[in-house]
Ligand binder design. Structure first.
Ligand code: CA
Length: 403
């Protein structure tokens, strides 16, 4: 029996693929230690050599151990014990005790934005609009005790920096209650979400190229809104609703380039138009950012025999146990990096590197973070001499036979 892949989804679910040499029915027992495998998946209903079993409701940050029970009806056996680790979640939430949980204190951030001095974002218990918070007591809202009451107003609510440096996906989710001026097919006042990263500073709207199903409708371009023509939250929810932005679903070039792989922050951007402001506005609670961090990091340096770094070398990182390869290129320091969810601890790795200066390989085993360096053997620079000598010798011999 061999494990072909273990994929982790949302830090809460693992899907294990494996093959068996004969058709068998299997089930998996698992738990948080090799001696605590006290949970079990249902046995498969059909015998097969290809198997895919999902284990759900797992806990982020925990190592799980499992073994596989196989039966062909006549006899049965157990696999060896495998394990995988679910990485933790970068979790931020609004708190009823702001300042103690990840410093998620909207009041303090407000003062550091470029929002108008008379900011309408407030933190506390709402006494108008929603009858209470989504959870606990406190929310962030546009004027907690009445209508937002302002025209031609823009106001940004800023989150702290969130580290998505190694993230391959991220979700931003929150509960919203809102009542913003809108018509039946066009919004007038609205809230949208934008993000920026530490290195570029540019703000990008969190949508899929302004075609975001997460929002309600486009804001009118006719009445002086700062976000005219953009999709936004507008209209009324009539209650708390959960909104989730999943980068995997958005999957646009901006998200992949400017959000994932950076330290980022978000703004909730409120904009009202030229008139009509007797609406309660936008209220926010239980904001959460989750980030997927790959479980494995394989890296190393490619150098020549003199120890000089080789930039631009092609590197194949082969997980020979799993039978998959990653191809990357070294940077100016001769370094390569591969991040992956695939494989399990102890997989055999073979790293091959090739450049105009030669080729080489090295091996290691997969673990959380592993360095495998490769030294290139120089391509023999005089390798053309031997064939040339043979050719000349042949010419010489042939000529002598004719004479
Ligand atoms: Ca308005």
């Amino acid at each position: 029996m061999s494990i072909t892949s273990i994929k982790i989804y949302n830090h809460l679910e693992a899907v294990i693929n494996y093959t068996t040499s004969e058709a068998v029915k299997t089930y998996i027992v698992y738990g948080i230690g090799p001696n605590h495998m006290d949970m079990q998946t249902p046995e498969e209903s059909v015998a097969s050599t290809q198997h895919e079993v999902a284990i759900q409701n797992l806990t982020p940050g925990v190592s799980y151990y499992f073994k596989i029970h196989m039966t062909d009806g006549a006899s049965s056996e157990w696999s060896t014990i495998y394990n995988f680790t679910l990485t933790g979640i970068n979790d931020l939430e609004t708190s009823d005790n702001p300042g103690t949980l990840h410093n998620w204190n909207f009041k303090a951030w407000n003062s550091s934005t470029n929002a108008a001095a008379n900011t309408i974002w407030q933190w506390g218990q709402p006494t108008a609009g929603p009858s209470g918070a989504h959870s606990g007591q406190d929310v962030i809202g546009t004027v907690l005790n009445g209508y937002y009451g302002v025209d031609y107003h823009v106001d940004a609510l800023l989150t702290p920096w969130i580290d998505l440096t190694n993230a391959t996906w991220a979700t931003l989710s929150f509960y919203a209650w809102y009542d913003l001026e809108s018509g039946s097919s066009t919004g007038y006042d609205g809230v949208l979400i934008a993000y920026q990263n530490e290195s570029s500073g540019t703000w990008w709207i969190l949508d899929a190229n302004n075609n975001a199903s997460q929002y309600d409708m486009q804001i009118s371009t006719s009445y002086g809104s700062a976000i005219g023509g953009k999709y936004a939250f507008t209209g009324s929810t009539n209650g708390w609703v959960q909104k989730t932005f999943n980068t995997s679903a958005i999957n646009d070039a901006k998200v992949n380039r400017y959000l994932l792989g950076h330290r980022v922050r978000f703004i909730f951007y409120f904009a009202s138009d030229e008139s009509v402001h007797d609406h309660y506005g936008f209220y926010l609670d239980d904001v959460q950012v989750k980030a997927g961090i790959p479980r494995y990091h394989v890296y190393g340096y490619v150098r020549d025999s003199g120890g000089n770094p080789i930039a631009g070398a092609t590197v194949w990182v082969n997980d020979t146990t799993l039978g998959i390869s990653y191809m990357v290129t070294t940077d100016s320091s001769g370094r390569y990096d591969v991040y992956t969810y695939n494989g399990i601890n102890g997989d055999n790795l073979n790293v091959e590197a090739k450049s105009t200066q030669g080729s080489g390989s090295n091996s290691g085993t997969l673990s959380g973070e592993v360095e495998i360096d490769v030294t290139l053997s120089a391509v023999p620079e005089l390798s053309w001499i031997a064939p040339l000598v043979i050719a000349l010798l042949l010419v010489f011999l042939l000529r002598r036979r004719k004479s």
